[in-house]
Design a protein around this ligand. Sequence first.
Ligand code: AMP
Length: 276
Amino acid sequence: MLIIKDILNLKLYLKAYKDKGYSIGYVPTMGALHQGHGKLINQSRDHNQKTITSIFINEKQFNKKEDFDSYPRNKGKDYDFCDSYNVDVIFEPSSDEIYSDNKTKLKNKYFQNILCDQFRPGHFDGVITVLNKLFSIIEVNKVYFGEKDFQQLKIVEKFIEEKFPNLQLVPVSTERHEEGIAYSSRNENLSKKQLQEFINFHNSVIQFTKNFDRQTQIMEANTLAKNFITNLVDQEFDYFEFRNANSLEVEGNISEARLFYAIYKGQTRLIDNIEA
Ligand code: AMP
């Protein structure tokens, strides 16, 4: 496994294999790798002859400095992790090189003012900005994104259609712990007690989503969702609602919906979405 830290060397590596006609898969990450990332890597390895994983904590997508500062970082372990998943190349660029030529942020225009875009203003502008850079450097065949960050997946899908039509986006379903919660880098910031509370919360949400008749309108279900979350004393949240999984609008019935939540345990913001 190679660890490449600069754009020039990465481009040379890619060119050598593209010239040989290899198909190359790309898994963008912010490090603190876990089995969720592992699932994306495994899919890429199944589909391609070479797999590249990038590790880049993109400051531009954090709208709070404290959130950026407290984001888990564990480089040594990440290298071993990628090695154990047979990644071919880790690309770990510096912020200076990624943002050397252009400091302006792109503006996301898709699925705006709802869910995470409503509560983390500018977050998806930062995501689109860094992906625009990374996709321009890492010109590959396929890129892998997780359904765990569902709104991000939908936005990136539109962005790729518009700006990188030759790149194929492959969505990957969420990898979960036995206890039901999704693998997430942010789980590392939870105390044992907070982790257990989060597991209990998530499992009560699963039970809640099972109560609905498949024909129930999403709008109607959201009245009950609001009651459910506000009745949980002391549970801070940004959003907790059903939305249509295609349009992300509040339209259609439960059989077309996912339940989206962003909650807090202490300072840690946790997001997930569940097929209803
Ligand atoms: P991150 O490092 O959090 O930016 O995530 C990098 C990629 O891994 C994104 O496409 C995420 O959606 C995906 N991902 C994160 N957690 C999971 C999970 N539990 N299962 C599947 N994919 C995930």
